[in-house]
Design a protein around this ligand. Structure first.
Ligand SMILES: [Zn+2]
Length: 302
């Protein structure tokens, strides 16, 4: 089928966003169960967001129209709490040509039986209190290896805006968030693509070390990358991209926006800032095609 292109400094570009959160109705129901007195209706009044319709297919439709509006061809949709993966697989069934199912997994309670349509398991070791080196992670890695799937591992600073706004526990154990801890897991499973979001979210040097050591490690560029403030002198996107291109190369960077809620919808400013920075660095059209879409499609090609 004809793909959709977005205007960019390089001309029309086919964009596949590697990082969009699907905040389904079920996601809010699971969150509500985590704090006594919290209800979905109560959250609606606390958050200045449009609340999702109950059927995930309807939310998928909203996202598909939003991507159309912005000229975005495809997006990874992340089920952002353990137990919500069926929302993203329903979305993918409704629009198989637009979405990929990513799902947050807690290896301590994970049951692979219902995960056949999920393409990427998203691990948050600091949030769920385990080391990526623990044996409990191995079944997830084996599942990925056997099904040509990928594994996303959140490293570095982790703040979940929606949890903070709702007063849900948000102190996650940072000792479990160093990308270097992933080294042996990535080395043991060389065919599994490992995605480290936000350039390591504060562990930029360590994420680059890991990418240098393991050719199956990819960095996602998503979000405003506020971690750049941790560096002195202050880093900016051009410096980050120059360094990431030097070490990981354009074939191992995945554009992501970190979009999540409506009415904001698709966070186009992230695309604009990153495209501008890369264009100014002299990235060519082949590099832009790779980072903004082809790399994600390649690693998820079943
Ligand atoms: Zn995110």
């Amino acid at each position: 089928m004809e793909r959709i292109a977005r205007q960019s400094p390089w001309g029309p570009l086919i964009v596949a966003d590697a990082h969009v959160h699907l905040f389904s109705r079920h996601f809010f129901e699971i969150l509500a169960a985590q704090k006594p007195g919290l209800t979905v209706e109560g959250m609606q009044s606390q958050l200045d967001w449009q609340f999702p319709p109950a059927p995930p297919e309807a939310l998928a439709e909203t996202w598909a129209r939003e991507l159309d509006r912005h000229g975005v061809d495809r997006a990874a949709l992340i089920a952002s709490i353990p137990g919500d993966h069926e929302s993203v697989t329903a979305a993918v069934r409704a629009h198989a040509d637009r979405f990929f199912a990513f799902a947050m997994v807690n290896p301590k309670s994970w049951k692979p039986e219902t995960f056949s349509d999920v393409r990427v398991a998203c691990l948050f070791p600091a949030m769920h209190g385990y080391s990526i080196q623990d044996e409990i992670v191995e079944p997830v890695l084996t599942w990925a290896a056997q099904g040509r799937r990928a594994v996303f591992v959140h490293c570095g600073a982790l703040s979940v805006g929606v949890r903070q706004k709702l007063g849900l526990p948000s102190a996650f154990d940072s000792r479990l968030s160093n990308p270097v801890d992933l080294h042996m897991a990535a080395a043991r499973h060389p065919k599994v693509p490992f995605i480290v979001p936000h350039f390591g979210a504060g562990y930029f040097r360590e994420a680059l070390m890991l990418a240098d050591l393991c050719p199956n490690v990819y960095l996602d560029t998503s979000s405003s990358n506020r971690w750049m403030r941790y560096h002195a002198p202050h880093l900016d996107l051009r410096v980050v991209f120059r360094q990431a291109l030097e070490v990981a190369g354009h074939k191992r960077l995945l554009f992501g926006s970190d979009s999540s809620f409506f009415p904001r919808g698709w966070h186009y400013q992230i695309f604009e800032e990153q495209a501008t920075a890369l264009y100014e660095l002299g990235l060519d059209l082949a590099g832009a095609r790779a980072i903004f879409g082809e790399n994600l499609l390649r690693i998820l090609a079943a």
